[in-house]
Write a protein that binds this ligand. Sequence first.
Ligand code: DLL
Length: 441
Amino acid sequence: MSSTWNDAPGGFHPVSAPDYLPRAQLEALQLGRLQAIVRRAYQRVPLFRERMEARRLGPDSLRALPDLGALPFTVKADLRDTYPFGLFASPMEEVVRLHASSGTTGKPIVVAYTEADLQVWTSVMVRAFAACGLHRGDVIQNAYGYGLFTGGLGAHYGAEALGATVIPISGGNTERQLMVLQDFGVTAICCTPSYMVHLVERARESGIGLGKLAVGVFGAEPWSEGMRRHIQDAAGIRAHDIYGLSEIVGPGVGIECLHRDGLHLFEDHFYPEIVDPETGAVLPDGSEGELVLTTLSKQAMPMIRYRTRDVTAILPEPCRCGRTLRRIRRIGRRADDMFIIRGVNVFPSQVEAALLQAEGTLPHYQIVLTRAHGLDEMEVQVEVTGALFSDRIGGLEALQAKIADAVEHVVGLRVKIHLAAPHTLPRSEGKARRVVDRRDP
Ligand code: DLL
């Protein structure tokens, strides 16, 4: 593997060659893989075969890529209903790894990988890191959680295969993270954006510098452009957005290149569609809707038309980086993270965007939903800077009103704003919990 990286087309890293395939070649590759994976799922996964037969479709029904639109969807409940191994398409002797993702309730969902699946996963993670400008010689602190969560091991093997030095520190223990960051000459970090905010804040308070840190690869939860600006300014780094989900592979489904204008999908392994979240109808490129993904090469657990619930749009225009892989817009919200307050639909991402506009706030916030006398209330709790908090009361009141105005402007609802002292809201080592719903079911 070469020791230099050039993001220009033609000057690409050998491992990234599939990123630059001419579209016609890529689509031919996709069709061949799609036909094979549909056949595999039909022959080996009873649930999928039953659904195909109910639609009078057979294993050879796919003649062209758009024919995929006629196939049945797979949803999260299918994984729960067949818990733990009901959707596996490989015998256990060929399954070399299991991961699991805990839902909000009950049993987790279980995902499986063959040796070949792990190789594909590693290869897309190598391409993801390369797209962030990382290469051999980089020292990558991997603060995604190791274990059943896919973030830790997914990023780990990708970074190792890239030829970088990996520090498998996992999540948590902020003091140790900061010591390692400085002492080991770390050049790149992987963690959730909310944990990065926490790390940077602690570093600043303890008077610890961030050494050689130059790049962050952040994902596993939605984060806004405002959050990116905050992280980049506070840490003096370049922040990339990485997307993925356990059901499809884990991290490495999509990544922002150096231009950071949408996430390139590794379309040679994951086939995207955008559908109307209500009707399931396939929408044209450019329209906002729910991302549906089909795995093109996954052996142990092929996913055909998996409804991610993540809302985005496919950006069909070519990217300045020269990759032919199409991009999706950053995922700001899920189709199911909306809540309704007094008849108004609210998304947490709207609240984050409004909060980060106000000077004096810190990107630590929580939305608390309560119900009193049958009426729903929403309170936004946000930390403010120490300087402002110790300021005279007038400053706080003015800020409170300003935030209430900003939230009202984007959400269309006047809500309570609680200004919290620094360090009083809970911190997360992994995915942040933004909404606390205290309403009775
Ligand atoms: O979060 C995999 C991952 C690990 C991705 C590390 C990136 C980095 P799950 O725990 O199964 O897998 O959660 C998947 O998290 O459907 C999205 O709703 C959300 N998500 C993941 N990445 C992003 C992102 C991992 N970059 C679910 N932006 C997905 C917004 C994201 N949401």
